[in-house]
Design a protein around this ligand. Structure first.
Ligand code: ACO
Length: 425
């Protein structure tokens, strides 16, 4: 597999160290640095900016050109022509399903949507005003205490059942978090509805009245799920892989992913965008906030702008922007003051030299927050919806990790602390 070689000369070493160079099917070549350890050396790469931590066949991103492919298919085409459960099948299995395979997959997922009845009592241990991501970390981790029959990580069938359970139960758990926070009864899933419709009904329906799901909103919801489904080795996916590398059970690994996603530099950004729009308050304050974002001595950043990998428009943001216009048009709320601030902010940032020079474009979270708000989803649920959508990515990577020979993840460090010294006499 190594078609080329790199040679590294190091002061103090007599001979150059030969390092294999691998070429993937897309993207830059990768230098295999493992021979360094035999020479007493490690590499240093805080933030893993230049490090490929694994080999993967699931998702490819070309950040410079704004390209995102799942199993080779461009995200724009999937968002337009596919639906979330089909994308789940694709990510998990590597190919799009036939009509028969799709029907079977959708049925299987539908049959796993309920959660163990005792889990509903688990919720009562949380304060009603707890952040739903805090509850999600707890209840998803707790699934490992309920589904003992699928925890053999070396058995491909067990891994598959875990994946089905997670995909199916995440919307149910997410909606339960919301219902718990507002003191309404939990809604059982309804298996004749699509994935997006079912989620909206569990969120906004009550046992007292039928809930009619608006098809445009259900489609928008499905798009949000698709656009967040996977994004190769981001912080939360890497966390899931690392947790999984110790042999931990999949529910615990996904709970670790949820925790990593929560931060505002990652999945928490969609919530942070809306909080920032609130803080700006009025369009006339935008210049002041733009100046704060540009000030190197001010920690404030424009939430929903910038991305570690994309140095171009995030392709997901383009689709999301279109969906955003559709939803706002349908609901007749194009003139919402907060949304007006968002639009002006986007325009100014796209033209401002600071943002242009650093290639800071609006990312997927900038628009998803606006759509979710328009659908009526409370701000603190935004990251939960991201977690729900990303579960398929996490579990596909976890499954890929366990499908071939693997090692526990164990990074090293550049130690700069005290040298060995004696305890005071
Ligand atoms: N607002 C203002 N300046 C910014 C922003 C921003 N949102 N993002 C980056 N910059 C500036 C940095 O200050 C830095 O400037 P400098 O070169 O003068 O020092 C330069 O742009 C490069 O930024 P880095 O922090 O080096 O970029 P990094 O790749 O480490 O960070 C990140 C990426 C975390 C996404 C960052 O852009 C950010 O904090 N954005 C806001 C939070 C956000 O929207 N996160 C969602 C990411 S998408 C997702 O997870 C789905």
């Amino acid at each position: 597999m190594a078609d080329k070689k790199a040679r590294l000369t190091v002061d103090g070493l007599d001979e150059a160290i030969e390092l294999p160079v691998y070429s993937g099917t897309e993207g830059p070549d990768v230098i295999d640095v493992r021979p360094l350890t035999g020479n007493g050396l490690f590499t240093y790469d805080p933030g893993f900016v230049s490090t490929a931590a694994c080999e993967s066949k699931i998702t490819y991103i070309d950040g410079a050109n704004g390209i995102l492919l799942h199993r080779g298919y461009p995200i724009e085409q999937l968002a337009e022509k596919s639906d979330y459960l089909e994308v789940c099948y694709l990510l998990l299995n590597g190919e799009l399903p036939t009509a028969e395979q799709k029907e079977k997959f959708v049925n299987t997922i539908s049959n796993h949507t309920m959660v163990h009845e005792q889990l509903s009592q688990f919720f009562k241990g949380f304060r009603r005003d707890a952040h739903p991501m805090a509850i999600m970390c707890g209840v998803v981790g707790a699934l490992s205490a309920f589904y003992h029959d699928s925890l053999d990580i070396n058995d491909p069938h067990h891994r598959e059942v875990c994946a089905y359970r997670l995909i199916a139960k995440m919307p149910t758990l997410a909606a339960m978090c919301y219902k718990y926070s507002i003191g309404q009864p939990f809604m059982y899933p309804q298996n004749n509805l699509s994935y997006g419709e079912n989620f909206l009904r569990m969120m906004f329906g009550t046992p007292c009245a039928d809930y009619e799901v608006n098809p445009v909103l259900a489609r928008a919801m499905d798009r949000i799920f698709i656009l967040h489904a996977d994004h190769e080795q981001n912080a939360s996916t890497s966390t899931v892989r690392l947790a999984g590398s110790s042999g931990a059970n999949p529910f615990a690994c996904i709970a670790a992913g949820i925790a990593a996603l929560w931060g505002p530099a990652h999945g928490g950004a969609n919530e942070a965008v809306l909080n920032m729009l609130d803080e700006i308050g009025d369009a006339e304050n935008i210049p002041e906030f733009i100046e704060k974002a540009k000030d190197p001595n001010d920690p404030f950043r424009l939430m929903g702008f910038g991305h570690r990998v994309y140095r171009n428009f995030d392709p997901r943001a383009k689709v999301m922007k279109k969906t955003c216009d559709e939803v706002l048009g349908l609901l007749g709320i194009e003139n919402d003051p907060q949304l007006q601030i968002a639009k002006q902010l986007e325009q100014i940032a796209l033209e401002d030299e600071y943002f242009v020079k650093r290639k800071l474009y609006p990312n997927v979270d900038f628009y998803s927050g606006i759509i979710l708000k328009a659908i009526g989803i409370p701000t603190n649920m935004f990251t939960v919806i991201f977690a729900l959508s990303r579960t398929i990515g996490w579990i596909s990577h976890w499954n890929e990790f366990h499908s071939s020979p693997n090692k526990i993840g164990r990074p090293r460090q550049l130690y700069t602390g005290e040298q060995q010294r004696d305890y005071p006499a």
